[in-house]
Write a protein that binds this ligand. Sequence first.
Ligand code: BGC
Length: 447
Amino acid sequence: MSIIKFPKDMKWGTATASYQIEGAAFEDGRGLSIWDTFSHTPGKVKNGDNGDVACDSYHRYEEDIELIKDLGINIYRFSVSWPRIYPNGTGKINQKGIEFYHKFIDKLLENGIEPMCTLYHWDLPQALQDKGGWANRETIEAFVNYAETMFKEFNGKIKYWITLNEPWCVSFLSNYIGTHAPGNQDLQLATDISHHLLIAHGKTVSKFRELNIEGEIGYAPNTTWLEPFSDKQEDIDACHREIGHYVEWFMDPVFKGEYPQFMLDWFRKKGVRLHIQDGDLESINQPIDFLGINYYTGYIARYKENSGLFDFEYIKMGYERTEIDWPVYPEGFYKVLTYINNRYGNIPIYITENGACYNDEPINGKIKDKKRIKYLKQHLVALSRAIESGVNIKGYLLWSLMDNFEWAEGYSKRFGIVHVDYDTLKRTKKDSFYWYKKLVGNNWFEF
Ligand code: BGC
């Protein structure tokens, strides 16, 4: 048994997102988002589930904040539903939406919990999608305008701002693989969208600086790690392409003001070219205050000709898998963090998401989610190693506070440390909740 201890000023939190927990999809003037449309389209989401009610946090936020308070965390990451603020994406503001977030944020602050606000966690107003969505550069301006409204309204209340959650998912997963809203399958389109998202991010950061908003701003790309099966160059290169699709593609433009050449070359081979206009890279390349990192899984992989977009295959190495079938690969967490630190310098990092899907149900009122605790311990050991190696980790936000609408998987996959009964909406703390509470209180845990 050993003790894993964290730096004194380490922040501990949990994370959620608006469409996954709020519900109240048609209330108080909220407009429709692409996830309303997608989830109501037969065949898109498992069991035909949708976020109409979700965890009903829009009505139960006080109860949820009680849970957060009990957990003892000092930071809570949530996202704002853009169509609650601008039902049509731009134009008229919906005052009720603004009021809701004021009530909610005030309650967090009253309880000594620092809000970390994500401006875009995937619920694009449908009205903007109808005009092309992120493929249309007008959406960039609409986003910056929405962000400006939020900055002015909540200046001084929100200290940590995140522009985008997981731009890889918004572009490639949603517009090339097509399993997330809006569900397109077009590589050129997805690539254009990835570029537009980065411009939207950069312009929002500039707006934040121009308005002199208090606090810090960053974004939260998702990461993974692929360890080459052998030291053959072709295996190393194949793994590098897949890592590069998450890391270099979405971070080089932000930190270095350029796209990685090896990825541009690869995309060109696939018949895709990037439409960069004058000034785009300058817009993207804005200094940020912190980087949010989401990490869940990684793989061992090797080169395989004509296999998928990047010519690699995963190797089954006997790793445990969570119930969403993702390998438990904590070593990848350490590796990707040190890789990012080496490549981009010692930028402050918040782990804005990390967690595991296990579907344990209550037995006699108790939820013994041992495997989740094991997963968390393993990843926190990896995180502690990264800190020891000099990675500038400021905080860790566990995904997720509670079970919620898991996108294309609907309610069939549970990531929470609080169980939600979707018939009664009753919340029940899992064993992992109590385990995390102890860690947060001590700032260390036993491994
Ligand atoms: C997303 C979350 C999601 C989680 C688990 C991340 O990709 O940001 O919204 O629930 O992973 O799939």
